[in-house]
Ligand binder design. Structure first.
Ligand SMILES: [Zn+2]
Length: 119
């Protein structure tokens, strides 16, 4: 399961989710330092900042989602959202493009390198 080449929106969503986890872990670590007031406060603030950041990222995803173009993936037939000129299907990771001029070499070059095209 490599998240490296996933759909952009999914990728950002994963990032936001991990920020929440990091935030909670950092706050949890802060509890261990409850004898040292300033250190605990520092960890709590860092955790809080991380959670706030993830909220901002989630908001950003919302904005991006409204801008993303919904298409039906030609490979798996499921609806997916495209962000930018080149993106991948959320379900089968098929590289998709909205720009016909990009369909040629740029794609081949990029995905041959990463050995993505198998099916
Ligand atoms: Zn697909």
């Amino acid at each position: 399961m490599s998240l490296k080449y996933s759909n952009k929106i999914n990728k950002i969503r994963t990032f936001a989710l991990s920020l929440i986890f990091v935030g909670f872990i950092v706050m949890y670590i802060g509890i261990f330092f409850r004898t040292t007031m300033w250190l605990m406060t520092l960890f709590m603030l860092l955790g809080l900042l991380s959670i706030i950041a993830s909220t901002v990222v989630y908001f950003w995803i919302g904005m991006l989602s409204t801008k993303a173009i919904q298409v039906i993936c030609p490979t798996c037939g499921k609806p997916t959202k495209l962000l930018g000129r080149v993106d991948m299907c959320m379900h089968c990771r098929e590289p998709l493009t909205l720009d016909p001029s990009l369909e040629g070499k740029e794609f081949d070059e990029k995905y041959n390198q990463k050995r993505q095209k198998e099916s």
